[in-house]
Design a protein around this ligand. Structure first.
Ligand code: SAH
Ligand code: SF4
Ligand code: F3S
Length: 480
């Protein structure tokens, strides 16, 4: 805990100086219309961290003269940033590699590179199994990409899956890909030290490390100056963020970092993900309550509602602890929405234990959840020590029950918003009509409403809700 750090003020002052003076980021180079410029194409799978990493990769490549393209047929370098979290995620990547093989046949000389978690998990095996893959690069080795590409140009297969204890890419200004120009991710830490028994992330991402707080604040300032109005601070377990300034010895906790980013500009919204129930402190909740621009939304994955299963999962909290955290949220931030991740059919889960997960969904009143059935991952504690004994049909049926209940709860949650007025940050045109805008409220709900002249993406407006489905709120702009 770092909340009573007497030198925090000093650190904040240093950051304000850095905000006003220092030019921290190099600008992304403008694309050069030179026909000889080599082009890269990148596809990303998995979590937000992976999408954020792809922006770092894009920045590294643009520094050495590559230009990004959305058309893989015209690219010289095809990259796929992969996920290993479930077997299905890896199957998807293998299917995409078959598609890339075809491009390679028609464009000899095109290089194919596998990045991210699957590269890290499979290492050289990937080069043996996938003959047309030229490069395999793990999440901590992206700085090596230009060198490996040059080697691959000479016909050598390139691999670097070294996991670092220090790398945070703090000095790299991400090149925003597929951005709406309004909201952006900022990675605040990498890796995970938690060892949940089902999870492959500690093996694919390595040890947890936190990024320099100055560089995080500076990135938020830079984004704001470019017109962005929302940042999401990313980490596998943001509550365990801790950074020590090597020069002053000042230490920054997650609550303190959150406060610093919130203080940058009052109209820059701050979100974060993911919160681990074992580490989410009241201090973080009080900071959220204190700042209007810290969004009232917490992604707090429960995984299971049963204490025995949670113990087997090595989540290090039980049902009671989780309920205590829910109550703390309700007490400190009454208007906060909470969402979750849920795994159905973990090893040895009984029908009664599955019912505990259903009752937790009801009790927590989640606004939404990401829901999965358990997929055994090689090398994890669960794979080594527990039997994956729930038949696939049972896992799928339990998952369906979870999804059905969550959909009902989400619908009810959204129906309760009818008649309320929310401040919405406009993100762009709605999917269905260019007459409508879409944007999010503080609780992270998507709101769709008819456009009004003079308003544009990146601006705030007040919307009164008159209709709701389980996924979207609909309303109209009102004066506030
Ligand atoms: N760091 C986050 C989760 C990252 S992985 C946290 O601790 O909450 C995202 C989600 O994938 C997890 O929350 C979990 O619900 C799911 N997941 C991870 N491993 C899985 C597996 N082996 N099978 C099924 N779902 C899994
Ligand atoms: Fe995986 Fe657990 Fe770490 Fe999340 S906290 S990434 S589930 S090991
Ligand atoms: Fe997947 Fe790796 Fe993220 S396994 S969920 S891409 S950390």
């Amino acid at each position: 805990m770092y909340n009573d750090n007497p030198t925090l003020e000093g650190l904040k002052n240093e950051i304000v100086e850095c905000k006003q003076g220092e030019v921290f980021h190099k600008e992304n180079p403008e694309p050069t219309p030179d026909a000889d410029t080599r082009k890269f194409y990148i596809e990303s799978y998995g979590c937000q961290m992976n999408f954020s990493d792809s922006e770092i990769v894009a920045s590294i490549l643009s520094e050495v003269g590559f230009q990004s393209t959305r058309n893989m047929e015209e690219s010289d370098l095809i990259l796929i940033n992969t996920c290993s979290i479930r077997e299905k995620a890896e199957d998807t990547v293998r299917k995409r590699l078959r598609v890339f093989d075809k491009v390679k046949e028609t464009r000899p000389g095109t290089l194919v590179g596998v990045l991210g978690c699957m590269a890290e998990r499979l290492k050289t095996k990937l080069l043996d199994e996938e003959k047309l893959v030229d490069l395999v690069i793990g999440p901590d080795a992206y700085r090596d990409l230009p060198k490996l590409v040059a080697e691959a140009d000479d016909g050598e297969k390139g691999i670097n899956v070294f996991l670092s204890r220090e790398e945070t890419y703090a000095d790299i200004s991400p090149m925003r890909l597929d951005s709406n120009g309004v909201s952006a991710f900022i990675s605040i830490m990498r890796g995970c030290d938690n060892m949940c028994s089902f999870c492959v992330v500690p093996f694919t991402r390595g040890r947890e490390r936190s990024r320099d707080a100055f560089s995080i604040v500076a990135e938020a300032v830079d984004l704001y100056n470019k017109g962005y109005r929302e940042v999401t601070l990313l980490g596998q377990n943001v509550d365990s963020y801790k950074w020590e300034n090597p020069e002053t010895g000042n230490r920054v906790s997650f609550a303190e970092l959150l406060e610093m980013v919130a203080q940058v500009y009052p109209d820059l919204r701050v979100r974060f993900s993911t919160s681990h129930p074992k580490d989410m402190t009241d201090e973080v909740l009080h900071t959220m309550a204190k700042y209007e621009n810290i969004c009232k939304y917490i992604h707090l994955p429960v995984q299971s509602g049963n204490s025995r299963v949670l113990d087997l999962m090595n989540r290090t909290y039980d049902r009671e602890w989780y309920i205590d955290r829910l109550e703390a949220i309700k007490r400190i931030i009454p208007d906060c929405a909470i969402s979750s991740d849920i795994i159905a059919g973990f090893c040895t889960e009984t029908e009664e234990e599955h019912q505990d997960t259903l009752s937790m969904i009801e009790l927590a009143n989640y606004s939404m959840s990401y829901m999965f059935f358990y997929s055994e991952r090689p090398g994890t504690v669960a794979a080594r020590k527990l039997e994956d004994d729930i038949p696939l049909e049972v896992k799928k049926r339990r998952l369906q029950e979870v999804i059905r209940l969550q959909t009902q709860i989400s619908y009810r949650h959204n129906q309760r918003d009818i008649g309320k007025t929310f401040k919405v940050l406009i993100e762009g045109d709605s999917k269905k009509s260019d007459q409508d805008f879409k944007g999010r409220n503080s609780q992270n709900k998507m709101v769709v409403f008819p456009k009004q002249e003079g308003l544009k993406p990146g601006e705030y407006t007040w919307v009164k809700i008159h209709d709701a489905t389980s996924a979207t709120l609909k309303g109209e702009i009102v004066e506030k």
